[in-house]
Design a protein around this ligand. Structure first.
Ligand SMILES: *Cc1c(COP(=O)(O)O)cnc(C)c1O
Length: 477
């Protein structure tokens, strides 16, 4: 009913679309890093529900004219905003193939399940996790962090918490993390029913890392007043400045105090693939769970994250259920236990693993690691250029692939600096030359660049800083 009437014609259109897509990626550097969606395009897209068919060619033409030109920028070599991977052409191809197979990877016995298991196995190996560790691909690290909090909750309260829910009669459960931790961790506490009051947010040192001594002291204080410490969340790459918490020391505290040690390694954890960066992550192999993304520094197209849990059985006990309509069988399609749905919130799940599998097989961990090392060098270069330029000031040491800085001129007060730097970020984006984002570091408005971009060259880095300086100079002129 919905398949093409004329496969020949469909095939021709599909080939043309694929050619357009590859030309689009090949020429990405020549186009603006970002451009706003014009009002008339926004209006055209907000049409009412189409009741009648439109010829596919017309639908495609509309896509090509009204949608494709307005990408969010992250595919461009001079995109440094937030933490966004750039993707690869192979990733796009893999998405096409995954959608062609269109499996539901909630479970059962078919190829996609074994691909996801293979991908999880690779990362179990990378992080030195045992065979009994479980893993599941997620939308991203936000979802992976939430699942980790839920598994840690099962650990301290037992699987019957699924029935009884959380109550604080036996003492409030307390987790520890730093003020540099991503906001999705707080949200995980909010939606898990633990409440954000269960998350103790501790200050950081001059390198924006958590202080293990403070963690240990707070645990002791909490125990004394009848709270129940249960979890520590360390960062392998904080979102604002790319700091790595002292993971080994946190692991030590957690082992001693019998707390769950979770690592949010959204982008930083995958730096384990880079020999020069892996030592910075020492201690990650001792975590009870690690959340990380494929769609950031590993360049898989959106979306794809992952959670690994050392105690796979506990992970399963947190989610597994078998309603009648999901009865498992020893053979046939309903076999191949355990099913991924037993480890996550979703039943229906896409074949996310394929783009990760393609990316890692095509390039290998070594080359992917080299791409990360290149980004770290570029961040250092950017930092050095800033240090050498009186028009700029670094707002945090460059530790990984993130640079936070601001434009400044003598006589500008703090309010003018904040407003001026925000304006620079906006004008740069609007110019289409590059994309950077804004944050606040130690109370000061910062321009932030985060390089998780396999297309970036050193020249892109220089060009971007020059553009920022030019815009800053225009602003104060
Ligand atoms: C991006 C990021 C997250 C959130 O991950 P998503 O994949 O966007 O859900 C969490 N923590 C850190 C450190 C991040 O950089």
């Amino acid at each position: 009913m919905l398949d093409p009437q004329d496969w020949q014609a469909f095939r021709a259109l599909a080939h043309a679309a694929l050619d357009d897509a590859m030309a689009y990626l090949e020429g990405v550097r020549e186009r603006p890093a970002w451009r706003p969606v014009p009002d008339e395009v926004q209006a055209r897209l907000a049409e009412p529900l189409p009741q009648d068919p439109t010829p596919l060619q017309a639908v495609y033409d509309e896509f090509a004219q009204s949608i494709m030109p307005y990408h969010s920028g992250n595919i461009h070599p001079r995109f440094f905003g937030w933490v966004q991977g750039s993707g690869t052409p192979t990733g796009a191809l893999a998405e096409l193939l995954a959608a062609t197979m269109n499996p539901n990877v909630g479970g059962r016995n078919h190829g996609a399940v074994y691909v996801e298991r293979a991908v999880i196995g690779w990362f179990r190996e990378l992080f030195g996790f045992p065979e009994a560790a479980s893993g599941v691909l997620t939308v991203g690290t936000s979802a992976a962090n939430l699942i980790a909090v839920l598994v840690a909750r099962t650990k301290i309260l037992g699987p019957h918490v699924r029935e009884t829910g959380v109550n604080i009669e036996g003492g409030r459960l307390i987790a520890y993390t730093s003020s540099a931790t991503h906001s999705c961790v707080r949200r995980a506490f909010e939606v898990s029913g633990l409440g954000s009051a269960s998350l103790r947010v501790l200050g950081t040192d001059s390198l924006h890392r958590i202080d293990p001594t403070t963690v240990a002291r707070m645990i002791a204080e909490d125990r004394e007043i009848g709270n129940r410490p249960f979890m520590v969340i360390g960062n392998a790459g904080t979102v604002d400045v790319g700091a790595i918490d002292p993971l080994d020391e946190l692991a030590e505290i957690c082992a001693r105090e019998e707390l769950w040690f979770h690592v949010d390694g959204a982008f930083g954890a995958t730096a384990m693939m880079a020999p020069s960066l892996a030592p910075k992550l020492r201690g990650i192999e001792r975590a009870d769970s690690i959340a990380f993304d494929f769609h950031k520094w590993l360049q898989a197209p959106y979306d794809a994250g992952c959670l690994l849990v050392r105690d796979g059985e506990l992970h399963r006990e947190t989610f597994a259920s078998t309603p009648n309509y999901l009865t498992r069988m020893p053979r046939g399609l309903a076999s191949a236990q355990p099913w991924f749905t037993d480890f996550t919130l979703d039943l229906s799940r896409s074949f996310r693993a394929l783009k990760v599998w393609f990316t890692i097989k095509e390039h290998g961990a070594k080359r992917l690691g080299e791409a990360m090392e290149a980004n770290v060098r570029q961040a250092r270069l950017f930092g050095d250029l800033i240090d050498a330029n009186e028009a700029f000031e670094l707002l945090a040491p460059v530790q990984l692939n993130v640079v936070c800085f601001r434009y400044r001129r003598d006589g500008m007060n703090e309010a003018e600096l904040d407003a001026g730097n925000d304006e620079i970020v906006i004008r740069l984006q609007e110019s289409g030359e590059a994309v950077v984002s804004s944050t606040v570091v130690s109370g000061r408005r910062a321009i932030r660049i985060c390089i998780v971009n396999q297309r970036t060259t050193d020249d892109d880095v220089r060009f971007t800083l020059e553009a920022i300086e030019r815009i800053g100079n225009e602003l104060i002129a």
